[in-house]
Design a protein around this ligand. Sequence first.
Ligand SMILES: CC(C)(COP(=O)(O)OP(=O)(O)OC[C@H]1O[C@@H](n2cnc3c(N)ncnc32)[C@H](O)[C@@H]1OP(=O)(O)O)[C@@H](O)C(=O)NCCC(=O)NCCS
Length: 169
Amino acid sequence: MPQNDDVMVPRPVRDSQSEMTEIVLPNDANPLNNLLGGRLMHWIDMAGAMAAHRHSRNYVVTAAIDHLDFWVPVHVGDLVILRSSVNRVFHTSMEVGVKVVVENYIVDTSEHVSSAYLTFVAVDAGGRHLPVPAVVPETPEEQRRYDDAGRRRDLRRTELERRRRNQAR
Ligand SMILES: CC(C)(COP(=O)(O)OP(=O)(O)OC[C@H]1O[C@@H](n2cnc3c(N)ncnc32)[C@H](O)[C@@H]1OP(=O)(O)O)[C@@H](O)C(=O)NCCC(=O)NCCS
């Protein structure tokens, strides 16, 4: 898709903010009625892609998902809320953060389940990489995430190079 000037105008983080809510059903769970980690990973990917699409206004592919911790179990009947936004844009790639919270509406609790960082690459219909407009942090929290994303990118690149070297052996 040709890039015009408007497409490359920097956009605030808030333009990419997305929220997705799922209710955990038996088909999402293991025999102990706890949410499957793989199902949550799928939802994280979807929530992350929403923010990446909104920001880049293009197709995107998931290039990488960083290390994930699952802090608390999620049970059948719980509500899972996934909030995502673009933390930082590099050139054709962008880091998206997804925060996952579980709510139990019977006992009125809310707990942090996981925080994930995903890298998406913008592509056209033929799969060619496209430049992504810059993202503008407007709050101290968004600025912190922007700064942290730069540090994480350096770590990712070092680690990727190490893996590529090992693969070539
Ligand atoms: C991700 C993909 C587009 C990267 O393409 P590539 O030609 O190997 O990568 P390049 O070296 O040209 O890098 C393109 C961008 O992706 C980033 N990137 C590539 N691999 C990455 C990784 N493992 N982690 C984070 N970023 C990565 C690069 O830093 C670069 O970013 P920049 O333009 O902002 O500087 C390509 O490997 C791909 O299509 N993978 C499959 C994606 C997919 O199908 N995902 C769904 C799950 S299967």
